[in-house]
Write a protein that binds this ligand. Structure first.
Ligand code: NDP
Length: 236
């Protein structure tokens, strides 16, 4: 275990973000979250805020930095879906998903970069989705937002790669969360048949990859899209 780092995971109250936050707590880091609702895991400093609100993001970073020091590891995890067929998708459903998933990540990356540049080190991990590059019927908004994260990570890599900062994308496939458990049995079976691994992933399997990307061992990995999808999206 090295020196504890200041780690920020957005949306750590549930799902994948929660497990990622727990993983960093377990490795001795100082973990904080910007979250909207719910309860947080033990040992996580929570600041209420919405990633669609620039002032709230800035204020949350200021509070987190005062408690834990400059954010050295940023995991942009907060995300939403508003699925619907293209012809019927409203501007609002498109824009809301972009605002949370893509612009929300941008707001956090921009704010985190200040401290990382000063520190001359940093790890940025953006939680995308297999859908970003694979596409998804009824998910034009979600796929666009998740594909956009690749552009952010690669541009940040070109801009800040010389300053000890890496930026990578993790693209999970189907993860066993409340959302996937709620799918009917036969729908779950159809999805599983398309996944070479033949099963959904656990949130721990995503958290482990994020943790690796934030580690010293991943110092030379940047601008990469790491699938955690059991082979579903192979060939991206
Ligand atoms: P959940 O729906 O369980 O959790 C989403 C999290 O994002 C919640 O903490 C939620 O807060 C937070 N959030 C949403 N909108 C905002 C906002 N405007 N400001 C701050 N926080 C917000 O999702 P998962 O854990 O399943 O997904 C986490 C990430 O992983 C997402 O980016 C998702 O797109 C991605 N992903 C998930 C997959 C899956 O199979 N589950 C597959 C591929 C990618 P609140 O509780 O207040 O709503």
């Amino acid at each position: 275990m090295g020196e504890p780092r200041s780690v920020l995971v957005t949306g750590a109250n549930r799902g994948i973000g929660r497990t990622i936050a727990e993983r960093f707590v377990a490795s001795g880091d100082k973990v904080a979250t910007i979250y909207r609702s719910g309860e947080l895991p033990d040992g996580v400093l929570g600041v209420k805020g919405d990633v669609t609100d620039t002032a709230a993001v800035d204020a949350a970073f200021t509070e987190i930095e005062a408690a834990h020091g400059p954010v050295e590891v940023l995991v942009a995890n907060a995300g939403v879906t508003r699925d619907g067929l293209l012809m019927r998708m409203s501007d609002e459903d498109f824009e809301t998903v972009l605002d949370v998933n893509l612009t929300g990540a941008f707001r956090c990356v921009r704010r985190a970069s200040k401290g990382m540049i000063r520190l001359r080190r940093g790890r940025i991990v953006l939680i995308s989705s297999v859908i970003g590059l694979y596409g998804g019927a009824g998910q034009v908004n979600y796929a666009a937002s998740k594909a956009g994260l690749v552009g952010i990570a690669r541009s940040v890599t070109r801009e800040l790669g010389g300053r000890g900062i890496t930026a990578n994308v993790v693209a999970p496939g189907f993860i066993a969360t409340g959302m996937t458990a709620a799918l009917p049995e036969d729908t779950q079976a159809t999805y599983k048949a398309a996944i070479p691994a033949g099963r959904f992933a656990t949130t721990d399997e995503v958290a482990g990859v994020v943790h690796f990307l934030a580690s010293d061992d991943a110092a030379y990995v940047s601008g990469a899209v790491i699938p955690v999808d059991g082979g579903l999206g192979m060939g991206h």
